[in-house]
Design a protein around this ligand. Sequence first.
Ligand SMILES: *[C@@H]1O[C@H](CO)[C@@H](O)[C@H](O)[C@H]1NC(C)=O
Ligand SMILES: *[C@@H]1O[C@H](CO)[C@@H](O)[C@H](O)[C@H]1NC(C)=O
Ligand SMILES: *[C@@H]1O[C@H](CO)[C@@H](O)[C@H](O)[C@H]1NC(C)=O
Ligand SMILES: *[C@@H]1O[C@H](CO)[C@@H](O)[C@H](O)[C@H]1NC(C)=O
Length: 300
Amino acid sequence: MGLPRGQLLWLLLLLAAACSGILFSLYSSAVARYPGPRSGARNATSSRAFVGHKASNAGTRKSLHCQHPLYLAIQKHPHFRALFNLSTPVLLSGALFTQELWDRLSQHKAPYGWQGLSRQDISSTLSLLNGSESSKLLAASRKPLSKCIRCAVVGNGGILNGSRQGLHIDAHDYVFRLNGAVIKGFEKDVGTKTSFYGFTVNTMKNSLISYGNFGFISVPKGQDLRYIFIPSDIRDYVMLRSAILGVPVPEGPDKGDRPQTYFGPEASARKFKLLHPDFISYLRERLLHLLHLGFFLNGG
Ligand SMILES: *[C@@H]1O[C@H](CO)[C@@H](O)[C@H](O)[C@H]1NC(C)=O
Ligand SMILES: *[C@@H]1O[C@H](CO)[C@@H](O)[C@H](O)[C@H]1NC(C)=O
Ligand SMILES: *[C@@H]1O[C@H](CO)[C@@H](O)[C@H](O)[C@H]1NC(C)=O
Ligand SMILES: *[C@@H]1O[C@H](CO)[C@@H](O)[C@H](O)[C@H]1NC(C)=O
């Protein structure tokens, strides 16, 4: 992979991640349970996972719910209504792997698809993501139904330095961090809680090299923490498979790497999630242009 492409990818992924970040920030106090589409694959993880719980019971009274749910705010706003598609799948799991999906995604290059990638590597990885937790981003919440679920995405661009937002960030139900997420020494500014850590193998390893001086000497770890692989290359599928199996990476540029050194001792499918290439396409097509509007000044 040549440098320009690597940089482009890096940028795209950061921006994509930032996109979801802003969505959280904008509505961080207004996120709620999205009742789900009227029809379609109810169990498939879709963007609604980003805006709240899984589908609620039809009989539940409205007053029991979060008063300012994100999906309603989106529906009411003509611009956002056109922008969002909450049916877009967020995660890719084994159950979604079909011949049809293979045929379609084989037409697009990573991270938007699988063109030129080994079917064996992809199918063997996806077959391990076969439990229900692999298709859900958020676990069932213990929060009362009347409370909104609040998420924070913490960028690494530096504007949080000196912000003293740590406690505020940690007070969110879920905290997302990405790539070179420096925490050590900046706890008062960026918090300490991490619910999800997102990365590509390439960006993770580069971050460890580039931001080591700033204190990023290991990726966040924790029992409740979940890792989100962003599939930018076959490396990501191969590392993910090795991480779930708890074995050294058998091939490719990461050959010999022990996933536990990055992600800690737990080797199981529940620990790792894989972003759906369709979700990355969706971010690019629908949301990336917002960056030009200066919409996403969230500090990397
Ligand atoms: C969908 O979820 C329901 C309830 O969680 C479960 O009973 C059902 O088997 C699931 N269906 C599929 C296709 O996974
Ligand atoms: C929303 O996403 C779903 C799943 O990818 C797709 O089937 C549907 O056509 C999309 N709807 C719109 C209006 O783009
Ligand atoms: C998932 O796949 C693993 C490995 O093939 C198997 O041991 C496990 O029983 C499967 N789990 C489910 C829920 O199908
Ligand atoms: C954070 O801000 C302090 C005080 O302004 C400054 O000395 C330090 O270099 C900054 N650190 C980073 C990593 O930007």
